[in-house]
Design a protein. Structure first.
Length: 196
């Protein structure tokens, strides 16, 4: 699996280009893919200096793919009816799952801090959790500010609240839950490796 990150990078690049060809709303697509492309380039250009585990690359790629789909359709309008109808939801929860997936970045954050020997496992875990929570809060502020400044349909689609006045708080909670899930995965793997 030596070339796993390379294969993942190529697959994602093709996926990104294809979904960028004819998005539902070009303006929404642009603002949605800026963080995606930023993370992708960061991982690409730092690869020679630092390599994550394949688990970390997998977790990070889930968000890259998920957010790219959301950018193509706009998050509120991704064809996700089978889940909405299955659980009798009142809204499209594609974006909420996307926020859970953001939390998966806690795993590579712990990995980075430990490989660099910046701290121990306990502090690294708490730092990763609080890092995700701060990113979540910052992103909600950016969404709100952009929606106010843009003032039109693009701003509303980027905000993606779908009429839920507690959307921002629920999104931040979803990010936190995703972080806790990935940290549990990290500790599960750590304990499993210690036993072998």
């Amino acid at each position: 699996m030596k070339y796993y990150p390379h294969i993942l990078a190529v697959i994602f690049f093709v996926f990104f280009v294809l979904l960028g060809l004819n998005p539902v709303d070009r303006n929404v697509w642009i603002v949605e893919v800026i963080p995606v492309f930023g993370v992708y380039l960061l991982l690409l250009f730092t690869y020679k200096k630092f390599q994550f585990s394949n688990i970390s690359y997998t977790l990070m790629s889930i968000w890259l793919f998920w957010h790219t789909i959301g950018g193509h359709y706009t998050f509120a309008n991704v064809p996700f009816d089978f889940i909405t109808n299955l659980f009798n939801f009142e809204r499209n929860h594609f974006d909420r799952i996307g926020h859970i997936v953001v939390g998966f970045y806690a795993y590579p954050m712990v990995e980075f801090l430990l490989k660099k020997e910046y701290t121990n496992k306990i502090i690294a875990s708490f730092f990763a959790l609080f890092f995700i929570m701060s990113i979540a809060a910052s992103y909600e502020i950016i969404e709100w500010a952009y929606a106010v400044i843009e003032g039109g349909n693009t701003g509303i689609e980027f905000l993606g609240s779908q009429g839920d006045m507690w959307d921002a708080q629920k999104d931040m909670l979803a990010d936190t839950i995703g972080a806790l899930i990935s940290l549990c995965l990290y500790w599960f793997n750590f304990i499993r490796i210690q036993k072998t």
